[in-house]
Design a binder for this molecule. Structure first.
Ligand SMILES: [Zn+2]
Length: 95
């Protein structure tokens, strides 16, 4: 996805502003892999193969997303059973 597109995206749940973490990008200023995080509800939305996965919760599967996040060294908050990262992962994103 193009970086300029980020400004137009918001959280599908609460329309909150999204923060981006880029893991890989190409020479044309396109994000290939990354993570969008909502500042209001803390939900995360992965960018995989250049596509932001921003489906509502009911169309997402924690079990499918967990291995992708693991590859990035992140993990889901198991207690919440929501698309939210655990505290340790969130700290990693900030630093
Ligand atoms: Zn949100």
């Amino acid at each position: 996805m193009r970086k300029q597109l980020l400004e137009k995206l918001c959280c599908p749940f609460d329309k909150g502003e999204l923060e981006v973490t880029i893991f890989t990008e190409d020479d044309n200023d396109r994000i290939y892999e990354g993570l969008l995080t909502c500042k209001i509800c803390n939900r995360y939305y992965p960018i995989i193969y250049g596509i932001p996965i921003m489906s509502p919760d009911e169309y997402r599967e924690l079990k499918l997303e967990a291995p992708i996040l693991e590859r990035w060294g992140l993990s889901i908050d198991q207690k919440q059973n929501l698309f939210v990262l655990d505290d340790q992962s969130r700290k990693k994103l900030i630093s």
